[in-house]
Write a protein that binds this ligand. Structure first.
Ligand code: GLV
Ligand code: MN
Ligand code: MN
Ligand code: MN
Length: 415
């Protein structure tokens, strides 16, 4: 069932739990569609409302607010300067997303700042809260657009040309939202300001449940990528075209879905077709074309490549049998990430020893780890469910996460 907000009353006796709930509620209302989950896509009116929420949170705390060249939002405690300790995550969602993937890290970041201020901590370097633009890539197909642009992994021209399902380019969407796509690109100044980045995130599996631990640190992210598979057939009448005369692209697509499951299972990897567009999408017409997107992940990059190769070969063989042409195009990829052991151990020690665990989910922290010292804190997810309205964390675990993040920020920025 959908879990848009954590349980626990706004008048919870623990002041941090009560403040968490109040902050959370203001955000939870934006972009939710009840049982259908969250639909928070980059540069839409919903995204602008989320961005407004972020700006308000900065203003409430007297933190200096800015939006960088790539649309990422920053709130500063202290004067922006090189070597800052940065924390945060993203506010956008997948289609039908849960409430926690992303927002938990941003809300926790603001509340961790509150904790430090309340206890009179004096930072010796600035602390910033960040909201990275378009982490999920739900609208334009490429994930972590804000952090990829910031670090130069995504070329500005390639970013501007990305198109959503209606053919609107990222550049057009940014303009319509009052942002300047002309300034996109690697941002040396913003990068130099990040001394350390720590992203808190709900765990997207049951690793911490298995370890009986409310929080942990990330050890690694599996390499992964997205491929667009286009099956070109021929449109015709469903009632008059003999089966033998058809060039139906749906059939090799179906074979590719089954092959993906089979091959991934054999390789200890993961393959998912989660998005498909059928043209012209009529019940009584044989499709002219099927566009399907493959998400592939594995513990190492060689396995990802081998798996996608085998799925492609299976799709091609099936297509040939039906007079269909298939094209497989890589749209984005993320290399394996091994988070630095030194920072990870320091954080685990600060927190009195917490477990380290890998994940198959991508994060802005994974992108940033190639450029700056980066770590992640995971908060337990009782069911492990994510990218679904049923995604959930308990209020107690959320409070544990905020308290831990505050301790980490204090260790990194106040010594
Ligand atoms: C992002 O959440 C991803 O791992 O796809
Ligand atoms: Mn996600
Ligand atoms: Mn996320
Ligand atoms: Mn993610």
């Amino acid at each position: 069932r959908p879990r848009p907000v954590p349980d626990g009353a706004p008048d919870h006796p623990d002041p941090l739990a009560a403040r968490f709930r109040r902050t959370w509620d203001a955000l939870a209302a934006i972009g939710g569609e009840g049982a259908a989950g969250y639909h928070r896509f980059a540069w839409t009116p919903v995204d602008l409302a989320l961005r407004g929420w972020f700006q308000e949170q900065a203003a409430l705390r007297g933190m200096a607010y800015e939006r960088d060249r790539n649309g990422n939002q920053w709130a500063w405690w202290g004067t922006p300067a090189p070597g800052a300790v940065v924390t945060g995550s993203h506010l956008d969602s997948v289609p039908g997303g849960g409430a926690f993937d992303g927002p938990l890290g941003v809300v926790s970041a603001f509340l961790a700042v509150d904790e430090l201020r309340e206890r009179g901590a004096v930072p010796s370097r600035p602390i910033a809260v960040v909201n990275f633009a378009d982490e999920e890539g739900a609208r334009f197909g490429v994930a972590c657009v804000g952090s990829r642009l910031l670090t130069g992994i995504l070329a500005p021209d390639d970013a501007r040309a990305l198109r959503d399902g209606d053919g609107v380019t990222l550049a057009e969407a940014m303009l319509a939202a009052g942002a300047d796509p002309g300034a996109l690109g690697r941002d040396e100044e913003a990068l130099a300001r990040i001394g350390t980045f720590v992203e808190l995130h709900i765990e997207q599996g049951r690793g911490l449940v298995g370890l009986d631990a409310p929080i942990g640190v990330a050890s690694a992210i599996w390499p992964h990528g997205r491929w667009r598979c286009t099956f070109h057939g021929e449109a015709d009448h469903a009632g008059t075209t003999r089966l033998a005369d058809r060039r139906d692209p749906m059939l090799p697509f179906a074979s590719a879905v089954l092959a993906a499951r089979q091959v991934a299972g054999e390789m200890g990897a993961l393959a998912t077709f989660g998005k498909v567009r059928v043209h012209p999408n009529g019940t009584n017409a044989i499709p002219s074309r099927v566009d399907a997107w493959l998400d592939g992940r594995a513990p190492d990059a060689a396995t990802v490549g081998k798996m996608v190769g085998e799925i492609t070969a299976a799709a091609e063989a099936a297509a040939a049998g039906h007079g269909v042409r298939v094209e497989v195009v890589a749209e984005s990829s993320s290399p394996v990430v091994e988070f630095g052991v030194e920072l990870r151990d320091r954080i685990a020690a600060t927190l009195g020893g917490v477990p380290a665990l890998p994940t198959g989910a991508g994060h802005d922290a994974g992108i940033l780890s190639a450029a700056v010292p980066t770590a992640m804190l995971f908060v337990r997810n009782p069911t492990g469910v994510s990218h679904s309205p049923a995604e959930h964390a308990t209020p107690d675990d959320c409070v544990t996460g905020i308290t831990a993040l505050a301790a980490v920020l204090e260790d990194l920025a106040c010594r």
